[in-house]
Design a protein around this ligand. Structure first.
Ligand code: SF4
Length: 300
């Protein structure tokens, strides 16, 4: 673990030279820090600065496609905010230097800093003091004049949004010009159990998406894939479309759907039963969603 202090240039440089960054590599230790890591994101279309609030590999869900090795059930640990602040400052100083992308060997098409993404090896909103953590990140961004020039993204399964501290965090995220990517793979109780191993009802998911869309710019993120030979049952597919039709309201901030498939192997026992969805299937599905009046961004 790194001590809570500011890193000097040599340390920062050595950290960033550890390895070449590639879209296939989403390991959270790419920079050797506790909370902050760089990642080349296909979905973001460039380099993201990731903030992992779950270095203990703990999540309240267990999605069958989850790529976290040794994932366990649980919440984020207490976050050492001084360490997080130091790491983020250090990393921003490094990434804003003109030779950063070259040093990391980033492919030319991805040589843009796209966002800061709060996600990690578990559910980030389970961190105690989540709203204050958003404030801290916003304040560091402001120090580098990045609000609202750089997008701040919260990648979440949305299951804790009804909690007051998380709602407060979303309001503060919105004030920073940020957005949430709200996981929505299934909208039946059976599907939520089968795919996400989540102890949550469809009614709760619906209400949490409503709260999210009222408070903050919201994109639904949906992973489609074959499981035991079937991508999505006809019943599940229709339920998903009906659910989205009801979720989109003229006065809310639901922007659309990020549709993606498996790009890296699952680290869960079901891994061998999963297959990526083919591009034609995804395109056809995206057209059905677009017909509801929602924008769809497909990444395969
Ligand atoms: S919500 Fe994310 S971190 Fe949690 S199990 Fe699912 S994919 Fe893994």
């Amino acid at each position: 673990m790194l001590p809570a202090r500011t890193f000097n240039n040599a340390e920062s440089h050595a950290m960033s030279e550890k390895k070449r960054l590639h879209t296939r590599d989403h390991s959270r230790d790419s920079g050797g820090l506790r909370y902050v890591y760089p990642v080349v994101s296909r979905r973001a279309g460039g380099v993201s600065i990731g903030i992992n609030l779950n270095p203990n590999d703990a999540c309240n869900w267990r999605c069958v496609y989850c790529q976290v090795p040794e994932l366990k059930r649980g919440s984020a640990p207490d976050i050492d905010r001084k360490v997080l602040e130091d790491e983020l400052k250090c990393f921003l100083e490094d990434v804003l230097k003109s030779d950063f992308f070259e040093r990391y060997g980033v492919d030319p098409e991805y040589r843009h800093l796209r966002d800061i993404a709060i996600s990690g090896n578990g559910e980030p909103t389970s961190a105690r003091g989540f709203a204050e953590i958003i404030d801290l990140i916003g304040s560091v961004m402001a120090d580098y004049d990045l609000v609202p020039r750089l997008n701040l993204v919260l990648i979440s399964n949305g299951s804790l949004i009804h909690q007051e501290s998380v709602r407060q965090g979303l309001m503060r995220l919105a004030r920073l010009g940020g957005e949430i990517w709200f996981k929505l793979d299934c909208v039946t109780d059976e599907g939520l159990t089968r795919i996400n191993n989540a102890a949550i009802s469809v009614a709760r998911v619906r209400e949490n998406l409503r709260i999210s869309s009222v408070l903050c710019r919201t994109w639904v993120q949906t992973c489609v894939f074959g499981f035991k030979g079937e991508i999505m049952s006809a019943h599940e597919r229709q339920a998903y479309l009906d659910f989205l039709r009801g979720a989109k309201q003229p006065d809310n901030l639901l922007k659309g759907v990020l549709l993606y498939t498996l790009a890296r192997p699952s680290q869960q026992p079901e891994s061998s039963q999963l297959t990526a969805a083919d591009p034609e299937w995804m395109q056809e599905f995206s057209h059905e969603i677009e017909a509801l009046g929602l924008e769809v961004k497909v990444s395969s």
